[in-house]
Design a protein around this ligand. Structure first.
Ligand SMILES: [Zn+2]
Ligand SMILES: [Zn+2]
Length: 135
């Protein structure tokens, strides 16, 4: 079982199944919706997903008809996305899960849409916190 929450802590949820088909999605929509280089998304069974706190604070945005992006109205964290054409499963962004996740991403997708400043295989130095020279 996984537990997740939004940035402000208003919305809390549980996932009572494994997370499947985890991908790093570099498409332009994921760049916009996260404000970052890519989103890491996976699927869970709708029946195994439970909002345990803050349901009334969830709002949704519908870019395409029937595809809703549900987010915390207080802090804007993306909680899950639903697709009316596929009601049995929902998509979640792995960054809102607090638990340690045992499944692993299987691929980078839509790499031709990736941001011009993103280098997938960059051999950049790695730090546990900010880089040493940051003011
Ligand atoms: Zn929130
Ligand atoms: Zn995407």
């Amino acid at each position: 079982m996984y537990q997740g929450s939004c940035l402000c802590g208003t919305v809390k949820f549980e996932v009572h199944s494994e997370i499947s088909d985890i991908i790093h999605c570099h498409c332009s929509l994921c760049q916009k919706s996260t404000g970052s280089a890519y989103a890491t998304n996976g699927f869970v069974q709708t029946a195994d997903f439970k909002i345990i706190q803050g349901r009334s604070e969830l709002q949704h945005f519908e870019l395409r008809s029937g595809r809703k992006r549900h987010f915390c109205s207080n802090c804007a964290s993306p909680i899950y996305s639903s697709n009316e054409a596929e009601p049995s499963r929902i998509r979640i962004r792995l960054g809102v899960i607090d638990s340690s996740i045992s499944e692993r991403p299987i691929s980078h997708n839509f790499v031709t849409s990736r941001a011009s400043w993103e280098e997938l295989d960059a051999q950049l130095p790695r730090y546990e916190a900010y880089e040493p020279n940051r003011q």
